[in-house]
Structure formats: C-alpha cells, structure tokens
Design a protein around this ligand. Structure first.
Ligand SMILES: *[C@@H]1O[C@H](CO)[C@@H](O)[C@H](O)[C@H]1NC(C)=O
Ligand SMILES: *[C@@H]1O[C@H](CO)[C@@H](O)[C@H](O)[C@H]1NC(C)=O
Ligand SMILES: *[C@@H]1O[C@H](CO)[C@@H](O)[C@H](O)[C@H]1NC(C)=O
Ligand SMILES: *[C@@H]1O[C@H](CO)[C@@H](O)[C@H](O)[C@H]1NC(C)=O
Ligand SMILES: *[C@@H]1O[C@H](CO)[C@@H](O)[C@H](O)[C@H]1NC(C)=O
Ligand SMILES: *[C@@H]1O[C@H](CO)[C@@H](O)[C@H](O)[C@H]1NC(C)=O
Length: 738
C-alpha cells in the first residue's frame, strides 16, 4: 500500500518535471496568424532539421537558416536571406497580406519575400523532415502542391531528395553556389551545376570557366567519378522539360550532405556520431588529373606519370615544342590523318574517363555494333561509347575534338575513337606485345636477382623515421577517407543475413562472406569479429591503404559499413578465389598453363611496382604470398590483404619493427631476424612467389631427396644456371608441371 502511494507521487513528480522542461513543444509549422522571431525555431516532425535565426562563424549578422537538430554545432544547409543580412536580432519571419512569406526587421522594413506567383488564401509554412521548407495552402489535400519550396533555391549544400538540374518550362536552374566566406553566406564565384547540353554532365565552375567535370552519367555514376554508395538510390532523370540529378536515401537515419566549399571542392559528408563528427566520403576534384581539360584535345592524364599529361596512343603532340615545355593546351593530333572517304576505323581505348560530352548526341536503345555503323556513316562523328554500362545499352556519339580524358584504371570506361584505317595493322599489335614481354621478363629477372642479392647481403642498415599507416588513429585519417558507406541493411540483405552458406572463409580479422548487391554486383564482405582488437588496427590500416590506391592488379575496395558494433569492408568479389588454390591443387594446377602463369607473374609485378613506386603512398605490403593473390574471372591477379602494410613518405626506404608480422617462408631474412623491412622485403616475397608459380610447389612444404631444404633453400643451393635451364625446359611441357 505504502509502496504504491510512493510510486504514484513519483509518477506525478516526473510528469511535472517533464511539463516544465517542455516549455514550448517543438512545432514544424506556422500559419498566417503566427510568426517566427529571432530565438524561436521550427523543428521538422522527425526531429532531423531545425529552422531559425543564426550567425555564421564570427559574424554578428543574423540569417534565417536550416540546420541539423542532432548535430551540436550549427551546420547550415540552407540560408534564406543569403545576400541581405539582418544587423540585429530584430528579424521576424511571417506572412504578408498577399500570402507571401516575408522577412522584416522591427521597423517593418522588407528584407526578403517569397514572391510566390499564385496568391495564397490560407498559406502555411512547414519544415519537412527532408530539410525542405515549403509553403502550401493549409486546406490543400495534395501535400506536394507547393506554392514555394526552399529545395528550388539551393545554397552550398545538396541534400537527398533535391532535384539538382534544369527545368526548361520554368527556366529555373537549380545549382549549388559557394559561400563568400565562413562568415558570409552570400553566393561566391564558384558554382556546381548540371549542364544538360549534349548529354547531362555536372561541372564545377569558377565564374564562367569550368574547373572540374563529372563525366556523362553511365547508369551507375558519373564517368570519371568514384562509385557512390548503394545506400542511395540515385540517377539522372529526363523528360521533355526537365533534366536533373536526384538521390534519395534508403536509410533515413543516415545523415548525408554534399557541399561545395570556397575553394571549389565538392565533398560528401556523413554524420557518424558526436565523437567522430562529420566523416568525408568523397572529394572531387581529387588529384591534378581532375583539372578540366588540362592535357588538351586527345591528351590523357595519368596520375602515376611525370609529367602526368600524355597523348593517347597513336596520337602525337600538336605543338611538340610547347608540349615539352609543359604547355599541353594545344593537345594532340592523330599521327596518321583521317581519311573518311577511304574508310576509317574505330579503335578501342580502355579505362578512361569519358571526354566532355557537351557536343554529343545519344540514343538510349542502340547497341554498340549499331553505334559503330552509325558513327562510321558521318565523317564528323569522332568517337562513340556505351551510354548505360549498368544495362549494357545505349550509345553516346562525340562530334568534336575529345577533351578532358584521364586514365581511370579499374573505374574507367571504353571509348571507340575514329582512326585512319592504316592504324589497324597487325604489325603494330605485335610490336606492343613484344615490348611488354621483354619488359615483364625483365621485371621477373630483376626480382629474382634482387632476391638472391638480398639473401647474401643483409647488413648496413640505418633507421629512419617512418610514415606508419596503422597504429596512430588520428582524426585526420578518418576524415580523409573517400570511401563509400554501405548501410548494414544493404549488406545484410546482400549476404542473406550473413548466412553460413555464403561464408567464403576466415580472414585476418574475421569471417568473409560472399554477397550480391541489388543491382547484381557480386561482393565479398570482410566482417570484423567483435573480439579482435588487433583486427581493428588491421582493419583501419587496410582501409587507409587501399582506399587511396587504385590499380588493376590490386583488389578493389568498394566501401565499408560502420554501424553500431558492426565494422565491415566490402570488396569486389573474385570468382576464382586465391592463387594458392590453383597452384597447389593437383587438378586445378593443370588449368594454369605457362601463358597464364606468366600473365599472373606479370600482373603481380605490376601491382607491386605500383605499390612501391607509382602510387601516391609508397606502400610496402609485407605479406605477399600465394593466398593473398586473388584471381578474377579472367585469372588476372589482384593483390589483397593490406592489414599489415606500411607506407613510406617521399624518399624514405626502410624501417624497423619489434613486432615481426607476416608469413615465414616468404619473409626476407633481415626482416624475419632483425625486423628490418623495406621495398626489398616485398621483392624477396615476390621472388618466393615466382618460384612457387613456376615450380607449382609450396616453398614451405617442399622436400627433395634427403636434403632438408625448403624450395628456396633448394634453389639457392642449386646453381642458378640449373634453375634457368630447368625453367626453360619446363616451358616445353605444355602446361604440365612436375
Ligand atoms: C531595418 O532595415 C532597414 C533597411 O534595411 C534599415 O535601414 C534599418 O536600420 C533596419 N532597422 C533595424 C532596427 O535594424
Ligand atoms: C520580390 O518582389 C519584390 C517586389 O516586386 C522585389 O523587390 C524583390 O526583389 C523580390 N524578391 C525576390 C527574392 O525575388
Ligand atoms: C513542358 O512545358 C510546356 C510549356 O513550356 C507545358 O505545356 C508542358 O505541359 C510541359 N511538359 C511537362 C511534361 O511538364
Ligand atoms: C575546401 O576543401 C579542401 C579539401 O578538403 C580544402 O583543402 C580547402 O582548404 C577547403 N577550402 C576552404 C576555403 O575551406
Ligand atoms: C535509336 O536507335 C534505334 C535502333 O537503331 C532506332 O530504331 C531509333 O529510331 C533511334 N532513336 C533515335 C531517337 O534516333
Ligand atoms: C553528322 O552529324 C552532325 C551532328 O549530329 C549533323 O549535324 C550532320 O548533319 C551529320 N552529317 C551527315 C552527313 O549526316
């Protein structure tokens, strides 16, 4: 009895506390009889957005803006009076007698008006949970029939649900414009907008000059721009009067925005939580090769080269003198001029960002074969390519010089360029083949000799400061990842709720599952086991290494998923799994003929060369072995598992560690014994790998006669001349390995 009385009084106390706290319940709407003063706010029904008066940065001026309710410091996604600030806290937002929304100060001077064309009788203003501030008739049953909406007047921020583009009927162009400064939201000189001429593309411009172009939309993304997370449904929408880009979030709890900053950089941000704040998932332009048309017509930009600009193959600089001085603006011309009357041909150029499509036409139903015929018929048709790579249909035709092309390695597309028919001879092809053959044999021999050299000389070392990737998990690292974020729901669905049937195996830091995304792409999902602390380090290391690298011989990371306790990495799926499963399996090894083996060695060498020399980070993998080489459908090798990789700055080449990690058998002696590693450690492992590939024997499991040597020991002891003879003689055995 006594207890229940206590309970009741406690309940009463709680209710009264709650009613005190809730002085003014959050509202999302104001009507003609109400107004919004400085200090009042509207909160959208789901509690995502808030509208009110604020002062940006250190400014004293007041602006009406919309920001995130849940994000502690004001992140304004939209500003109403961008150009006409209030200089006091006297602003009032209300309706005038015409039903226009107006912003006035306390002397009733008009600062801003919504100027709706239709006169509204009983208008209301509502802040929707999408962040859209809308004006509509209170008694209109159609909730989408807006008299005015803030989504038609963008600031520097794109939010899911906005139509970003062009409406020919109303003449309204919806684009982002940068703020003038952190204190002043007035439009600066940078814009980010969709250009519907030719085929829709998105540009960043300073004034009227383009500084970056997102290539034509290819059904999945803008050509030349990194893959966007399937957390969003997105695409280009076209009808008679309008062309726009739009994305909608599949998961309303994901807070995401795209901004244009005052240096002309477009970034996608995702809010994680109070401790980690806004995390960066995409930045464009991302490197020098993204600068609009930097290499001129028919020039291509390859970030691994120095200088980065080059001519497309079979093209030469138009002005060789200027070109050599670094002036690429004149671009390149065909080394053999076109001759349309005598018949031209189309040559395929792969892995590029498609050129500027302002002067192009398209057909959404044509096949590639039909396109070739169509393009051949018109002498001014310079190139064609597939329009929609997700459906494999449609065609885009170019009618001017091709500009703003760059090399994209695995994210690029194919384009077919009109060339003189004499460029199609087989002699040219043979030359290219011979050149790559000699160079890759060179790489293999270099690898072997370096390995032998290093076996003997493992002295004379100096310690240098290191640019370690793992270990220190500073904010800046996490903020620096241009990595798409997948949501848990998507991944769970793709892997059939992490079904045991989909489990591929157990990786360094947890199980690996196979999955399929809704759009049909196969993926492999590495799931961090909750207990693994070391796993977390390796996970971060892997993300940092591989997210920044792209090469056709490195496994590609599609994104990650961090939600609650779940941490996962999502990769492209490799149907042929890893090299060791072929190499050391009696039946499967027969599938690897010498040509394939050569191609694999060659690919691995290229991948390592990229890691060591050509990539932005100088990376030492430290765990190269057959099981870390994955094979795609065409048996192309891809280096994987960067869990213990290390990066070096600039010209540093060597480091030392107390914690020797990696795989014995592949480790160079000075690393295994003294913990010293450098790019040469990888070359050593590569050498072991080459031996395994040519011999088909495991280094560790190898024994011959009564010698207690592993494969490596065997090779070192046996004179190298024997090795060479042996390899040569084996090449005659049509793929059979003994
Ligand atoms: C109200 O706005 C007018 C016009 O912009 C300005 O001249 C006046 O000083 C403002 N009054 C106050 C109190 O801010
Ligand atoms: C709205 O109309 C008024 C009066 O015609 C004009 O002065 C003002 O610039 C207009 N405002 C906007 C935002 O178009
Ligand atoms: C396109 O605009 C014209 C007027 O400019 C209009 O009559 C027509 O209905 C619009 N079509 C669509 C699909 O919106
Ligand atoms: C814009 O973003 C880039 C990349 O994060 C940054 O380097 C630059 O300083 C930013 N510009 C301004 C004005 O904040
Ligand atoms: C597109 O190509 C198809 C097949 O060649 C053709 O039937 C159709 O008329 C073309 N459409 C346009 C708009 O040119
Ligand atoms: C070639 O295509 C261009 C662009 O579509 C067009 O203007 C021109 O008339 C065409 N020429 C011929 C001969 O069909």
């Amino acid at each position: 009895m006594e207890k229940s009385i206590k309970d009741i009084s406690l309940l009463l106390l709680l209710t009264s506390i709650l009613s005190i706290l809730e002085i003014s319940p959050a509202i999302d709407t104001i009507s003609t009889t109400q107004s919004l003063k400085d200090g009042d706010t509207l909160v959208s029904s789901g509690g995502t957005f808030e509208l009110g008066f604020f002062s940006p940065g250190d400014s004293k001026n007041r602006y009406v803006g919309i920001w995130y309710k849940k994000v502690p410091s004001i992140t304004a996604v939209w500003v109403l009076n961008r150009e006409i600030p209030l200089n006091s806290r006297s602003g009032i937002l209300k309706f005038n007698e015409l039903g226009h929304l107006v912003l006035v100060n306390d002397t009733n001077n008009l600062l801003w008006s919504s100027n709706t064309s239709r006169i509204a009788r009983t208008p209301i203003l509502q802040l929707l949970d999408s962040g859209n501030l809308v004006l509509r008739e209170a008694n209109d049953d159609n909730l989408e029939n807006f008299l005015w909406q803030s989504f038609d007047y963008l600031s520097d921020t794109y939010l899911p649900g906005m139509n970003f583009g062009w409406n020919a009927a109303t003449g309204v162009q919806n684009y982002l414009s940068s703020w003038t400064s952190n204190e002043d939201p007035a439009p600066g000189d940078l814009t980010f907008y969709l250009d519907p001429t030719g085929y829709p593309q998105v540009f960043i411009k300073r004034g009227t000059g383009a500084i970056y172009r997102m290539g034509p939309w290819n059904g999945l993304r803008f050509s030349g721009t990194p893959y966007v997370s399937p957390t969003f449904r997105h695409g280009i929408f076209k009808n008679k009067n309008t062309t726009y880009y739009r994305e909608d979030s599949n998961d309303k709890s994901v807070i995401s925005r795209v901004t244009l900053n005052q240096s002309g950089v477009v970034q996608r941000w995702v809010w994680v939580d109070r401790t980690r704040g806004w995390v960066l998932y995409l930045t464009v332009p991302k490197d020098d090769c993204d600068t609009y048309s930097d290499c001129g017509a028919y020039g291509t930009c390859y970030i691994g080269n120095s200088p980065a600009c080059g001519c497309l193959s079979k093209f030469q600089p138009k002005d060789p003198e200027g070109w050599n001085k670094g002036d690429w603006s004149n671009g390149c011309i065909r080394r053999t001029p076109l001759n349309c009357q005598e018949g031209d041909v189309f040559l395929k150029y792969s892995s590029v960002k498609l050129p500027d499509a302002q002067y192009s036409t398209y057909n959404e139903s044509m096949t590639l074969d039909e396109s070739e015929v169509k393009c051949l018929q018109n002498c001014s048709c310079m190139a064609y390519s597939q329009l929609d790579i997700s459906r494999g249909s449609g065609c885009l035709f170019w009618f001017r010089e091709l500009i703003d092309i760059r090399d994209m390695s695995s994210d690029g597309q194919d384009i077919y360029i009109r060339m003189a028919s004499s460029e199609l001879d087989s002699k040219g092809k043979r030359n290219i083949l011979v050149a790559t053959l000699t160079s890759s044999i060179g790489v293999v021999l270099l690898g072997l000799s370096l390995m032998l050299y290093f076996w003997k000389r493992s002295k004379k070392k100096k310690n240098e400061p290191k640019g370690k990737i793992g270990g220190t998990h500073s904010e800046s690292h996490e903020k620096d990842l241009d990595l798409p974020l997948f949501d848990l729901y998507t991944i769970s669905k793709a892997t059939d709720n992490f079904s045991i049937n989909n489990k591929l195996g157990e990786g360094g830091f947890g199980p690996v599952y196979k999955g399929m995304l809704e759009e049909g792409q196969d993926i492999a999902v590495k799931r961090l086991s909750k207990t693994s602390m070391q796993g977390l380090d390796e996970f971060k290391n892997e993300v940092i290494c591989i997210a920044k690298l792209q090469h056709r011989n490195l496994v590609r990371l599609l994104g990650c998923c961090i939600q609650g306790e779940e941490i996962m990495l999502i990769y492209e799926y490799m149907p042929n799994k890893s090299l060791d499963l072929f190499l050391f399996d009696q039946t499967k090894s027969k599938l690897l003929d010498w040509e394939k083996r050569f191609q694999i060695v060659n690919g691995i060498a290229r991948g390592i060369m990229y890691l060591h020399q050509d990539s932005r980070l100088r990376i030492i993998h430290r765990d190269l072995k057959a099981s870390n080489i994955l094979l795609d459908t065409d048996m192309n090798p891809k280096i994987s598992d960067f869990g213990i990789a290390r990066s070096f700055r600039g010209n540093e080449t060597e480091d030392k560690t107390n914690r020797v990690v990696g795989t014995y058998g592949y480790m160079s002696p000075e690393y295994a014994v003294h913990g010293r590693y450098s790019i040469k450690s990888d070359v050593f492992s590569f050498g072991v790998l080459v031996l395994e590939i040519v011999s088909g024997k495991r280094n560790s499991g190898f024994s011959k006669g009564d010698q207690h040597l592993d494969l490596l020991g065997h090779v070192i002891v046996v004179p190298s001349i024997y090795l060479r003879v042996n390899i040569v003689s084996k090449t005659n055995l049509s793929g059979e390995v003994h």
